[in-house]
Ligand binder design. Structure first.
Ligand SMILES: NC(=O)c1ccc[n+]([C@@H]2O[C@H](COP(=O)([O-])OP(=O)(O)OC[C@H]3O[C@@H](n4cnc5c(N)ncnc54)[C@H](O)[C@@H]3O)[C@@H](O)[C@H]2O)c1
Length: 281
């Protein structure tokens, strides 16, 4: 899909990968609808994009709430008369496999998985009906292999990869001009390590736990060593242009992770965890 004149809806569009992708798509002539739960960053993202000439609106929404995502689609239709691409990208990170309260699992899975489900349900029927559309969803390297202390996050990202692969096959079976990709980056310099800013207030005491703080400090260091979000945004546009399913900005680490899992399944040693490799392209 070429983006000139098309309407792209981006969740988590106020920050990081979502905002960088908005800039990339705007520079290619797309109209934009940004959905985000954070109102003030959303407003400043809109101002800065408009200052660069983008046609963009913003909708405050929580992707884990189905009616918020249908309202996002309806806002795109009302403003631009169409929607052609949805980027299910909003996400949060938290939760080791051991000792994480169920309420934190529910929050992470609610945003990262229900957000994608809601995006698929809101947009795919429209795309099929108009015989044109593209669904990009944000997984992660953490959706290709288990990473210690990231249990809830890994579970959510494996689910995003599974939904995307299934969607790929189902869309192919329709024979329609509707396509899907999954984005699986390693570390990218964004505010993901400050995900707790969007946690429901009643869950925030979780962040006072010293183990949670130690894991968060570690994650912050890795994220800050990551690549720039603009590099990821360019790869997303290339994939959309060329209908490429796997978007792997850290391709080497993605393939290494997958090969090591395969070796493990064949009776070899368990994978070694190398976070430094996940910071490099
Ligand atoms: N940064 C990385 O290293 C990295 C690596 C792999 C995957 N990812 C994924 O990339 C995606 C984008 O994250 P990012 O790194 O740009 O982080 P970010 O925190 O900079 O951006 C995430 C955006 O999602 C929004 N958001 C959070 N909860 C929401 C909700 N319930 N409804 C709507 N919006 C919500 C936030 O307000 C924020 O604007 C996420 O899915 C994340 O899991 C990030």
């Amino acid at each position: 899909m070429e983006l000139q004149g098309k309407t792209a809806v981006i969740t988590g569009g106020a920050s990081g990968i979502g905002l960088a992708t908005a800039r990339q798509f705007a520079s290619s002539g797309a109209n934009l609808v940004l959905g985000d739960i954070e109102e003030a960053p959303l407003q400043s993202a809109l101002e800065s994009l408009r200052a660069d000439g983008a046609h963009v609106i913003g909708v405050c929404c929580d992707v884990s709430v189905e009616s918020d995502v249908t309202a996002l689609r309806d806002a795109a239709l009302a403003e631009f008369g169409a929607a052609h691409l949805v980027f299910n990208n909003a996400g949060v990170a938290a939760g080791a496999a051991i000792g994480t309260p169920k309420s934190i699992w529910d929050w992470v899975l609610g945003v990262n998985v229900d957000g994608v489900i809601n995006g698929v349900n809101a947009f795919v029927p429209l795309f099929l009906e108009q015989n044109e559309g593209y669904v990009v969803s944000t997984g992660s390297l953490a959706g290709l292999g288990g990473v210690p202390y990231m249990g809830a996050y890994c579970a959510s990202k494996f689910a995003v990869v599974a939904i995307s692969e299934t969607l790929f096959h189902e869309l192919a079976a329709t024979g329609k001009n509707v396509h899907a990709s999954v984005l699986c980056p390693g570390f990218v310099r964004t505010r993901i390590y400050e995900s707790q800013r969007n946690m429901p207030n009643e869950l925030k005491s979780y962040n006072e736990d010293p183990t949670v703080q130690a894991i968060a400090a570690f994650a912050q260091e890795a994220v800050k060593a990551g690549i720039d979000a603009s590099e990821v945004a360019q790869e997303i546009e290339n994939a959309v242009r060329n209908d490429k399913f796997w978007i792997l900005p850290h391709e080497h680490a993605a393939i290494r992770t997958t090969e090591q899992r395969l070796e493990w399944m064949r009776g070899g040693p368990p994978p070694t965890i190398n976070l430094t490799a996940a910071t490099q392209r």
